[in-house]
Design a protein around this ligand. Structure first.
Ligand SMILES: Nc1ncnc2c1ncn2[C@@H]1O[C@H](COP(=O)(O)OP(=O)(O)O)[C@@H](O)[C@H]1O
Ligand SMILES: [Mg+2]
Length: 254
């Protein structure tokens, strides 16, 4: 299987705080890979290492076959152009309209005309279940679920090979969360893009992932398929799942 992201013995210290300890995993082309762990366990930090925002204290991170810490700025920009990042809380620009948010990268870097940009924005918005109606609105005029969708539309506007979703369902009600899950799945199925999803939402993790990594205090406890994680012999993993299982059963009933 083709490996898109390879993290090898990654450790990260900030000041004298150890944030990540000897983290290793691989993400395969086309899969949905979820990093699951409690708040503060280091999930977002791992994704920041993947996009080269943090340099490892030890170990290495390879993206699309290239060692991230050995790249110059131009090479790093090239890699980043192929990664869509959906920020925690959507992180839209409040002073820009929806369409300007979606094609922000092209507004900054491209030479496309306004009609072309709007048409690209509309294309991306329709991929996430939004339409012309939202084009000229400002983020403050949208619901939480719609804002997440706009954040996802922005991430796919550059046709990335890899999309990183940081807590895509946090702050959303269960019904909207499941719609976002379906969207992540359908985008992968339609575009073949690989996804790394950061989450503490067990329901979401077990409904969309091909494989799951369980992280605790900066350390990998287990990487495996849903079945392997569900049948884990590791006490913390079992406990973590048991606690979230109530939600899982509620979601199945609901
Ligand atoms: N720039 C930083 N400086 C110091 N500590 C940080 C920094 N970034 C993250 N941390 C700490 O690292 C830990 C992991 O953070 P984070 O990756 O954001 O966790 P998660 O995304 O799993 O909630 C937390 O304890 C956080 O306080
Ligand atoms: Mg986080």
């Amino acid at each position: 299987m083709k490996v898109l992201v390879k993290v090898e013995n990654l450790s990260l210290k900030i000041g004298d705080r150890v944030i990540l300890k000897d983290v290793s995993f691989e993400v395969y082309d086309g899969e949905i890979f979820t990093i699951l762990g409690g708040s503060g366990s280091g999930k977002t930090t791992i994704t920041k290492c993947i996009v080269g925002l943090y340099r490892p204290t030890a170990g290495r991170v390879e993206v699309f076959g290239k060692d991230i810490s050995k790249l110059n700025q131009i090479e790093l920009d090239q890699i980043r152009r192929n990664i869509g990042y959906v920020f925690q809380g959507a992180a839209l620009f409040d002073s820009l309209k929806v369409w300007e948010n979606v094609v922000f990268y092209h507004l900054e870097h491209g030479k496309m005309k306004e009609e072309e940009l709007k048409s690209l924005a509309l294309q991306c918005l329709s991929m996430v279940g939004l339409s012309e109606r939202e084009l000229e609105l400002f983020p403050s005029e949208l619901s939480g679920g719609m804002r997440k969708r706009v954040g996802i539309a922005r991430a796919i506007a550059t046709q990335p090979t890899l999309i990183i979703y940081d807590e895509p369902t946090s702050g959303l009600d269960p019904i909207t969360s499941r719609l976002i899950d379906e969207l992540i799945l359908s985008l992968r199925n339609r575009t073949g893009s690989t996804a790394i999803v950061v989450s503490h939402d067990l329901v979401s993790a077990f409904s969309i992932s091909d494989r799951i990594l369980v992280l605790r205090e900066g350390e990998v406890l287990q990487v495996g398929t849903k079945e392997e994680i569900l049948n884990s012999h590791i006490p913390f993993v079992r406990e973590f799942i048991k606690k979230g299982l109530g939600d899982l059963q509620d979601a199945r009933r609901g």
